[in-house]
Design a protein around this ligand. Structure first.
Ligand code: ADP
Length: 572
């Protein structure tokens, strides 16, 4: 068939359309027709013009002017209502995980765990979005260190990357001001969402996170944040809609990648509220680049040094008191650590029951704060072990339970296992301080401090936090946060290697080792690095007996390293 013939057929078909009764089409037929036409058109284009790569198109988003509808308040209420029972479900799943389960049950509980975790994420995003859209969310204006914030975001996102084929690079303009005034948590949220999406949609390649100073005039700066990836990209005609709530680029995105389609609407809402601009440039298969420009004020010296809250006097009995905190929620860990340090206490925070019990063996603590619901060993079980210990100083340490809810049975359980007192979350700081003060005896504390000092000095050979401290530019809070992340990585590593050993997956072990190598180097955790070197070697030759042996060595060594890190951190 030559071109003339083909054109003739097409013209006949076109004429035929006039007589065709489209009104009789049902949805299924209409869809089939549409699909068949599209595939014909694509085929023709491909044959005539070859396969042109779509050109990236840039779309800048206008500020949303529509006022929040009532709907948002309703969504917020409903999400709240769902979150409460969901919290219960998550709690029960945790309890179930603590019991002995067969392989099938384990599998089902894991599925429940993942599903409830996903649901919780969606509910939290919904709540966040409706709070923002209804204008009920307030924005802070506090001094913060921009470089530290970006380092933290990058560190967090690194933990999301599970594949060595994806690389995250950070570029910071050297002219960026150190200290800004604004809302650091909202900025983190924007960057975490954008980089988080990039991690999700890049299978292999690079993600760049860049911050550039665009202008600096009269104490006001405009900073451009660019998140660029080499991932799947977004079709030109879908670029607008991805910023609409509950919308994803493709119909099958949810199926392939999960998500609620709310992340970018949250980002857009925050950017609008901060008087910023957002734009995206992308094309299918050509990666995506999101640009966010935000105004900030530069922080002045008096902003940085002026205390945000009046400092209250702290009772002498709490100063230097050594407090062991069992808590598994990273946010609560951080809150508690900061609070205790602000009272002059020496906190040691752990989510690991066995490690905490070992710490009690090695150091005399003045008090234990115990989260009752923790994944592996519950607070009740840990307290039971404490009370059964042969050594007086361990057996008699006061234990305060911290919990969000306490049923009557829980109260009886507390009494039975020997919990000294309890406090309900969210608690008032004064209340906690008063309770701790009552339980800590001044004289006992004085004696203990001297003993503990001796063991403290041996830790610097196990780890060295100086390099990381320098990276944090001397910001101790940032260092503490990074240390928490390091610990989480290590727990994940331990869990992953266990899993790979069970599945005889030596490559998985090699990859897991590869992922933690740089963190170990950063903290100069030589003993662990050495064991990891052996694990890597054994993984190459799939030597499972050796892998089991070195894994056990790692398990034995890790608690010592974690203890040393805590002690080093307290020394700074
Ligand atoms: P979610 O990721 O939860 O689906 P978002 O609002 O964050 O919701 O993103 C909306 C949609 O935009 C995503 O579902 C995806 O289709 C598209 N998208 C966002 N970021 C990227 C990216 N970096 N690469 C490709 N597609 C993206």
């Amino acid at each position: 068939m030559d071109t003339r013939e083909l054109l003739m057929h097409l013209s006949k078909l076109e004429n035929g359309l006039d007589t065709y009764s489209f009104t009789e089409l049902n949805t299924k037929e209409a869809n089939r027709l549409k699909k068949s036409f599209e595939s014909f058109k694509n085929g023709l284009e491909e044959k005539v013009f070859g396969m042109p790569k779509p050109e990236p198109v840039e779309v800048s988003l206008k500020k949303t002017t529509t006022k929040p509808p009532e709907e948002h308040t309703m969504i917020a209420k409903v999400s709240h209502e769902i979150r409460t029972p969901l919290n219960g479900i998550v709690g029960f799943i945790d309890l179930l995980k603590e019991t002995t389960l067969g392989p099938k049950q384990q599998e089902l509980v894991n599925a429940l765990d993942t599903a409830s975790g996903n649901l919780m994420n969606i509910i939290n995003e919904l709540l966040e979005f409706s709070k923002l859209a209804s204008g009920h969310d307030t924005f802070e204006k506090v001094p913060f260190n921009l470089k530290n914030l970006i380092t933290e975001v990058a560190f967090l996102c690194e933990t999301l990357i599970t594949d060595s084929k994806v690389e995250l690079c950070v570029h910071l303009d050297k002219n960026l001001p150190e200290q800004l005034l604004g809302d650091p948590s909202k900025l983190s949220q924007i960057l975490l969402n954008l980089v988080g999406n990039a991690v999700k949609f890049v299978e292999k390649g690079k993600i760049n996170l860049e911050a550039i100073l665009k202008s600096d005039q009269q104490g006001k700066v405009y900073i451009e944040f660019i998140v660029a990836d080499t991932g799947i990209g977004i079709a030109n005609n879908k670029l607008q809609r991805i910023f609409e709530s509950y919308r994803q680029a493709e119909d099958d995105t949810q199926l392939k990648y999960g998500g609620s389609g709310l992340g970018l609407s949250i980002v857009k809402e925050i950017v609008d509220r901060m008087d910023g601009l957002i734009a995206v440039k992308s094309a299918l298969g050509a990666g995506s680049t999101f640009k966010v420009t935000l105004p900030f004020e530069k922080a002045r010296q008096q902003d940085i040094t002026s205390p945000r809250r009046p400092i209250k006097s702290v009772p002498r009995s709490l100063k230097h008191a050594k407090i062991l905190v069992f808590e598994d929620n990273v946010l609560n860990q951080q809150l508690m650590e900061n609070r205790l340090k602000s009272w002059g206490c020496q906190p040691f925070v752990t989510e690991n029951g066995l490690y905490g019990l070992q710490l009690l063996e090695n150091h005399e603590f003045d008090l234990v704060l115990m989260d009752l619901r923790m994944p592996k060993m519950s607070g009740f079980q840990i307290t039971e072990c404490i009370r059964q210990n042969k050594q007086d100083h361990i057996r008699n340490v006061p234990v305060i339970a911290l919990t969000a809810d306490l049923s009557i049975t829980d109260r009886e359980h507390c009494k039975k296992v020997g919990i000294t007192n309890y406090i309900l979350k969210p608690y008032n700081a004064d209340e906690l301080q008063r309770m701790m003060q009552e339980l800590i005896s001044e004289s006992e504390k004085e004696n203990k401090r001297e003993i503990s000092q001796i063991t403290f000095d041996q830790t610097s050979s196990i780890v060295n936090l100086n390099l990381l401290y320098e990276e944090c530019m001397g910001e101790k809070d940032t260092l503490a946060e990074l240390v928490q992340l390091f610990k989480r990585n290590m727990y994940e590593f331990i869990g992953n290697v266990r899993m790979h050993l069970t599945n005889n997956d030596s490559r998985g072990i090699g990859f897991a080792v590869h992922k933690i190598k740089s963190s170990l180097k950063m903290l100069e955790a030589k003993s662990l690095a050495q064991i990891c070197g052996k694990l890597a070697e054994a993984s190459e030759s799939a030597a499972y007996e050796a892998l089991e042996k070195y894994y056990k060595q790692f398990l034995n060594e890790y608690p010592k390293v974690e203890e040393a890190i805590d002690i080093e951190l307290n020394k700074l």
